[in-house]
Design a protein around this ligand. Structure first.
Ligand SMILES: Nc1ncnc2c1ncn2[C@@H]1O[C@H](COP(=O)(O)OP(=O)(O)OP(=O)(O)O)[C@@H](O)[C@H]1O
Ligand SMILES: [Mg+2]
Length: 235
C-alpha cells in the first residue's frame, strides 16, 4: 500500500478535485483506493453523496485518528490510500504529510499560489518526504505556465503534464464522478490519466522528487468519528 497526500495550505488550488479524479482514474486502471478525508469542508463526502458508481472507499478522519487508521490500512488490501487535507496548516496536515509515501502539492500558476506553498514545502522537507508539484487550473497556453514550471522545477519534481482549467472538473465533481467518468474522451480526462500514470510510476519507483522528499484485507466499515463510510466493507 502506498499513501499519497494532497497538501498545500493554499485554499482552492485543487487538492480535493485532483484527489477525487485521480482516485477514480487509479480505480479505472485496476487499483483499489481508499480516500481519507481530513478536511471538515467535506468536499469529498459531498461528492460521495452524489455518487452512484462503486468505490473508491471514503472515510472522514481527524488528526487524532490518522496514525491508528494508517496502521490499520498498511495491512489492508488497498493499493493506494489518498489523503485529502484542509487548506490550512494544522497538526492534521503534518500527520498526513508524515503518513505519505508521496506528497502531491497542487499549485495554480499564480504568484499567490507560488508563494503560499512554502510552509507546506518546509514541512515536507523537514519530514524528509518525497513530493511532486502539480500545476493545476492552468490556462491552455501561457507564458505563466512556463514561468511557474521553471520556478517549481528548481524546487522539486514536476510531472510532464499540467492540469488545464476545464469545466469538466467542476461538472464531474458536481455529479459524483471523476473527470474520466464524466467525459472519458475529453482533454481533462486525458490529462488526469496521464497524471495518474506519472504518479503511479513515481510511487513504484524508488525515488520521487529532487527534494528528499516517493496487500491484506479491507478495513472495517467505519473509520473514525465521521459519517458512516460508504462502500467500505467489514474486516
Ligand atoms: N483543473 C481545474 N479546472 C477547473 N476547475 C478546477 C480545477 N481544479 C479545481 N477546480 C475548481 O476549483 C475549486 C477549488 O478546487 P478544490 O476544492 O479541489 O481545491 P482545494 O485545494 O481542495 O481547496 P480547499 O483548500 O478549500 O480544500 C473548485 O470549485 C474546483 O471545481
Ligand atoms: Mg479541498
Amino acid at each position: 500500500m502506498k499513501a499519497i497526500t494532497f497538501v498545500t495550505q493554499k485554499g482552492g488550488s485543487g487538492k480535493s478535485t485532483l484527489c477525487i479524479s485521480l482516485a477514480v482514474a487509479a480505480q479505472e486502471a485496476g487499483r483499489s483506493v481508499c480516500i481519507l478525508e481530513m478536511d471538515r469542508q467535506a468536499t469529498i463526502s459531498d461528492w460521495l453523496d452524489h455518487r452512484t458508481a462503486e468505490g473508491p472507499e471514503v472515510a472522514q478522519i481527524d488528526a487524532t485518528q490518522i496514525d491508528a487508521v494508517m496502521t490499520q490500512l498498511r495491512d489492508s488490501a488497498y493499493d493506494y490510500v489518498f489523503i485529502d487535507t484542509p487548506g490550512v496548516d494544522s497538526t492534521g496536515t503534518l500527520s498526513a504529510i508524515r503518513a505519505a509515501d508521496l506528497c502531491i502539492i497542487p499549485c495554480r500558476p499564480t504568484p499567490a499560489d507560488l508563494r503560499a506553498f512554502k510552509p507546506t514545502l518546509a514541512a515536507v522537507y523537514r519530514l524528509e518526504k518525497k513530493f511532486a508539484f502539480v500545476l493545476n487550473q492552468t490556462p491552455p497556453r501561457s507564458y505563466r505556465i512556463r514561468d511557474a514550471a521553471d520556478g517549481l522545477a528548481v524546487l522539486g519534481i514536476l510531472p510532464d503534464v499540467n492540469i488545464v482549467a476545464r469545466t469538466d472538473h467542476q461538472d464531474a465533481i458536481g455529479v459524483g464522478q471523476g473527470v474520466t467518468e464524466f467525459n472519458p474522451k475529453g482533454q481533462a480526462a486525458g490529462e488526469v490519466r496521464r497524471l495518474w500514470s506519472w504518479i503511479e510510476k513515481r510511487t513504484q519507483a524508488g525515488k520521487v522528487g529532487s527534494g528528499q522528499a516517493v496487500s491484506g484485507k479491507p478495513v472495517s466499515g467505519q473509520i473514525g468519528s465521521g459519517k458512516a463510510v460508504k462502500h467500505v466493507e467489514a474486516a
